[in-house]
Structure formats: structure tokens, C-alpha cells
Design a protein around this ligand. Structure first.
Ligand code: 4AD
Ligand code: MG
Length: 476
């Protein structure tokens, strides 16, 4: 039988029933007649207070010895009765009778073992990143992990309840889904040996018989299934070898990509807005205790921010109108932006911040970007300058979702692929979708870690994934 989790125990009534709990000690206070241990098992934010009362009769020698040994971080098993707590801030506590130490966590150095690094004090997030294998035992990372779990579940629920089928797209691929080239190569060739011969690699003799990489997006494969099953979504790892050392970029991140047949850009925007609001509403309900922590200690007001996003409507504007707003702002105050906005420029994160925080006061969906700054597969507008793209921007983070209606016209798509210096023959299977049973279709990609960042208020994307991979960082 599985042992009861603290989350489950806290929902029991305090009926003096005997219980045995397992967890790790957060704090221990020995006050002569009373010893208080806060035990946490990560099942919920709260720890369970376990009170040992020597006045109620001496604790046996084994328990006294274990209490002496049990320090912060130790794994323990505690037996007692669940009773109403006289202390404020908790409804129940364990009137503890015995404790056994399952695994020590020495607070002082021992031969071959440094002191447990998570002593009872506040540690910086930078320091915790260096001990990423132990940080899940802190309040912050326990909470991030539970919220991440809950959001993942909510995302599956959202799509499943709307008729989207969960699709597994390949991780190793021979095509560049974004046509942007920032891919990690996959090879079994011995590069050291190859370097010695001075010969160029022969990809025909490589494992797959061609040059392959880790995928940057499952979109192209998702499109093939959307044009058969109508609505699909992916939720998997994606990889980008962009050397951007920012608080919003990872080299390995998880992406959610819904793709819908017979859907326009407007349908796509409606889906994205409904999606984010539903996910935020679910998080407010299911992660209340963890969000209360983020609201107090990480990002003040995050709960109200999420609630107000759910109540409101996302501002929608075209890229052209967005540039007009930005140019107006730059004209009024010359130093408002480091990078001067102009029609045709890629929106910088300062521009995205300005649009969401100063113009809209909330999320903004920017549409119809210049085709030069967007991927080859986006549907071209009749003006021949812009494409049916949409980016969902949010305050604090900027872009959280990128998507578009897809080009469903064979000739236009072929022409665009060629114009962008790519080879149509590399995409012949993708072009087949436009040859046989082509239909308007649309989809988007949400960066899962950006979503977790938004919901928790965590400033750095490296702190919302267990083991971040970024340029120069692949520890653990
Ligand atoms: O805008 P992107 O590049 O769009 C695509 O990949 C499309 N194929 C999506 C689609 O239409 N199906 O990426 C989508 C989202 C971004 O909005 C951002 O949230 C996230 O993925 N993202 C990253 N997140 C973390 N680290 C990175 N390096 C990211 N690059 C993109
Ligand atoms: Mg994008």
C-alpha cells in the first residue's frame, strides 16, 4: 500500500486516528518539553507540523535518539495521531509519538560528505541553479513543479474536451520546420576521427543516410495530421540552437502546438484566447496554495493579474497599427526605445513590453506581420507584403504564442520556399498537402516554460524547468 501523502492527510478530519507519515524535515525546534518538526513531502505546499510532547510522558529512548539525529533535510517516518492544531495557520497537526530517521542529511561536514546545502535560510535563485538536483526540496521549486504539472494536465484537458487528438511528432527530423536554421545536428559519425582525415562528412553514410537534426517544432507533421483528423495538438520537447542568453530562451523547451483544419486566422486567435483564459482559470482554482506563495514572495499581484486576464478581452491589432503606436511613442519621447521601431522591423522585446504594458494594459494579439520576418509557411495576404501571422504578447514576457494561418496554395508556397533559399524538393511531402485535399488550416505554438513563467511570475526561464539547457549550460 502507498503511504498517505501530506496533501491527503490535510484533507482528513482531525479525528485522533493513528497515522504514519513520510517526508523530509524542513525545520526542527526543540523547546525542552516540546519538539516541533515541519515535515514536507512535496505533495502540496504545506508541511505537516508534528509535535512531540515530552510532558505527556517520556518519549522512548529510540525516539529521543532519532530526534537528536534528525536535522533539516533528513528523510523521516513519523507516527502519531492527527489532532486539531492549537497553533494558528494550520487546522491539524500530528501529535507525534515516534520518529525514525530513514536518511540523514548532516548539517555539519562529515568525512566525504559536505554539509547539506539547503540549510534553513533563504537561498538565491542563482545559487539554487547550481544545485538543481536539490532545489526541488525548496518551497519555490516545489511550487513551480506542482504548477507545471497542473498546467500540463489542464492543457490536455482543454484540447481533449474540444475534440483535438494528441499527436506525437518526431524529435529527430530531416526538415527545418521554421526555415530558420538554428538546429542541433544529430549524427553518429565520429567527429574526432573525421577531423583527423580532413575529409568532409558524408551524410549519405550517416545513421539516417542524410543530414538530420533535433526538431525546432512539430508543426509541419502536425499539419499533415490536421488535414486528416481535423484537430490535433502536440506537446513535446523542441530544440533551438539560438545563442540567445536571455531570461526567456532555452535550448530545449516544451511546446504545445494545436493545428486545426478548416480554420482561419480569426478562429486561431479565438482558440488562443480561450485557451490561455481556460488555463489561467484552472490554475487559479487548482494551484491556489502555490499561487498564494508566488503572489507574496515572487511576483506581487500575480493572482489579480491572472484573474483580470480571464475577465478581460485580448486587444487585437495588426502589426502595421502596432508600428504606428510605437512610432508615435518614439516621436513623443526620443529615448523611450533603444531600438527605433519602423515598418518592417522585427518587434523587439522592449516594443512588445510597450504594447502590452503601456498601450493595452494586458495581452495583445498582433497580426499580419511583414512576410520577410516570418516563416515560409504562413498564408500570404493579398497586399503581397504581409502574412496571416499572429503573436500573442503578454506583459512582462512579450511573446508567449506564435502562430498563423498556413499557406494552402501550392504555387504560392513553392514560390515562397524558393525565395527563401530553401529547396521545394526537401518539402515535397509537405507540399503534397496542398496537392491533395488542401484546405485552409491554422495553428499556433505555445512555449510551455513561458506559460509557467507567466503563471508563477518567475523571472528566469531557467527556474521553471527541472534541468535547463541553454548556451553553455547542460549540467545534470
Ligand atoms: O514562434 P515560434 O518559433 O513558432 C513556431 O515554432 C511555430 N511552428 C508554432 C506553430 O505555429 N505551430 O515558437 C512558438 C513559441 C514562442 O511563442 C515561444 O513561446 C516559444 O515557442 N519559444 C521558446 N521558448 C523558450 N525558449 C526558446 N528558445 C523559444 N523559442 C520559442
Ligand atoms: Mg515566434
Amino acid at each position: 500500500m502507498l503511504f498517505p501523502l501530506i496533501k491527503e492527510i490535510l484533507s482528513f478530519p482531525a479525528d485522533s486516528r493513528s497515522l504514519k507519515i513520510r517526508g523530509w524535515i524542513r525545520t526542527k525546534r526543540d523547546m525542552k518539553n516540546l519538539v516541533f518538526i515541519e515535515a514536507n513531502d512535496g505533495s502540496c505546499f504545506s508541511s505537516l507540523q508534528c509535535t512531540f510532547d515530552r510532558a505527556q510522558g517520556a518519549l522512548n529512548a529510540e525516539t529521543e535518539a532519532a530526534l537528536e539525529r534528525a536535522g533539516t533535510g533528513a528523510a523521516v517516518e513519523i507516527e502519531g495521531k492527527l489532532v486539531p492544531s492549537p497553533a494558528s495557520g494550520q487546522a491539524v497537526e500530528l501529535a507525534a509519538e515516534s520518529i525514525a530517521v530513514i536518511g540523514d542529511a548532516p548539517g555539519e561536514a562529515k568525512p566525504g560528505i559536505a554539509p547539506y546545502p539547503l540549510q534553513k535560510k533563504r537561498h538565491s535563485l542563482e545559487y539554487l541553479r547550481e544545485i538543481a538536483h536539490l532545489r526541488p526540496r525548496t518551497n519555490t521549486f516545489g511550487a513551480v513543479t506542482r504548477v507545471r504539472n497542473s498546467l500540463a494536465f489542464g492543457i490536455h484537458n482543454f484540447f481533449q474536451s474540444r475534440g483535438f487528438q494528441y499527436l506525437h511528432t518526431p524529435i529527430i527530423t530531416a526538415s527545418d520546420a521554421e526555415g530558420a536554421g538554428a538546429m542541433f545536428q544529430v549524427t553518429t559519425q565520429n567527429l574526432d576521427e573525421l577531423a583527423k582525415t580532413g575529409k568532409a562528412p558524408d551524410y549519405g553514410k550517416d545513421f539516417f543516410g542524410k543530414k538530420t537534426s533535433l526538431t525546432v517544432s512539430g508543426q509541419l507533421e502536425a499539419e499533415t495530421y490536421a488535414l486528416a483528423l481535423s484537430r490535433v495538438y502536440t506537446f513535446g520537447p523542441t530544440f533551438r540552437a539560438e545563442n540567445s542568453n536571455t531570461t526567456r530562451h532555452l535550448a530545449e523547451f516544451w511546446m504545445i502546438e494545436p493545428e486545426m483544419a478548416f480554420a482561419s486566422l480569426n478562429d486561431n486567435m479565438d482558440l488562443a484566447e480561450d485557451f490561455l483564459k481556460t488555463i489561467f482559470t484552472g490554475a487559479l482554482k487548482d494551484c491556489a496554495e502555490d499561487l498564494a506563495f508566488f503572489n507574496t514572495h515572487i511576483e506581487k499581484g500575480i493572482i489579480e493579474t491572472l484573474a483580470s486576464v480571464c475577465r478581460g478581452t485580448f486587444t487585437r491589432m495588426t502589426y502595421t497599427d502596432a508600428i504606428k503606436e510605437l512610432e508615435k511613442a518614439a516621436l513623443n519621447k526620443s529615448d523611450v526605445f533603444d531600438f527605433k521601431p519602423y515598418w518592417g522591423c522585427d518587434l523587439q522585446s522592449e516594443h512588445e513590453k510597450f504594447l502590452t504594458e503601456k498601450i493595452a494594459g494586458g495581452p495583445v494579439i498582433v497580426t499580419d506581420y511583414p512576410k520577410e520576418i516570418k516563416a515560409f509557411y504562413m498564408k500570404q495576404n493579398d497586399d503581397e507584403k504581409t502574412v496571416r501571422a499572429m503573436d500573442v504578447l503578454v506583459p512582462r514576457l512579450g511573446e508567449i504564442i506564435g502562430g498563423s494561418q498556413r499557406e494552402d496554395n501550392l504555387q504560392k508556397l513553392e514560390k515562397r520556399i524558393t525565395e527563401m533559399g530553401m529547396k521545394p524538393e526537401d518539402y515535397s511531402w509537405y507540399l503534397d498537402l496542398r496537392r491533395y485535399g488542401s484546405a485552409p488550416h491554422s495553428g499556433f505554438g505555445l512555449g510551455f516554460e513561458r506559460l509557467v513563467q507567466y503563471v508563477t511570475g518567475m523571472a528566469n526561464i531557467r527556474d521553471v524547468i527541472p534541468y535547463p539547457r541553454a548556451a553553455g549550460q547542460a549540467e545534470f
